[in-house]
Ligand binder design. Sequence first.
Ligand code: NAI
Length: 255
Amino acid sequence: MSERTAHQKVALVTGANKGIGRGAAEQLAALGMTVLIGSRDPRRGEEAAAALRAAGGDVHAVTLDVTDEASVQEAAKQVEERFGHLDVLINNAGITGSGQVSPEDAYDQVPSSVELDMVRAVFETNVFGVVAVTNAMLLLLRRSPAPRIVNVSSHAASLTITADPDGPMAALLPSAAYSPSKTALNALTVQYANELRKDRILVNAVAPGFVDTDSNNHTGFLTVAQGAAVLVRLATLDADGPTAGFFGDEGPVPW
Ligand code: NAI
């Protein structure tokens, strides 16, 4: 391994061929990191990587389906062979489960009538996928002098906010799938942070805000760049930065 490679920061962003993940990839590349675009579809991953390379970034595609253990293991092998280590892991890949509808319209997630398969599928990606990817990448993260893990959660994960009948999320339909999956992701964030604190691996959850992407049929009011900013901030924390926290652009988000 060359001297340059040994000191070059490498970031992996899952589900980064589009949306907020792609925005984060673009910003991390602009900071000079080597950025790996995790994408289920190799063609879409390569298209996104090529576009960001054309803008001057050192960006590469890695095929990665977070729900497929073989794909996760193969991605970890590829990252090890091509880059040797990882400094930043952003667990961004996520699904609403309701297709391209805004959370206000996710009638198929209302607790009393939700299909259990929907709940399972959403947890498979948003929660179990994060465990699979994080564990597969930990060996590579441990080779970094300052590893950072960012789990992309949501304000809809906050029990404090969602339990308030007059709160900012009161207009959302009750959800048995998406919101609980992100609450579980927050819980997982704290448990990983607690385990990895002694190894100085900082692990935090972020809420990007309501961002204009495919996942809400472009009803969000923030740009992808605005939504991605908080991912990048937590991915580039100094050594004395927080761990086991939950942050939005506005600051700490209540659990
Ligand atoms: P998006 O639909 O544009 O992007 C999601 C990405 O995840 C896509 O690239 C998709 O291919 C990928 N993905 C889905 N399942 C995958 C799997 N099994 N393996 C690998 N990749 C997979 O949506 P968006 O909005 O950019 O979402 C990114 C993250 O931000 C998600 O975790 C989402 O829950 C979260 N979020 C989004 C908000 C918004 O307003 N857009 C608000 C709060 C959280």
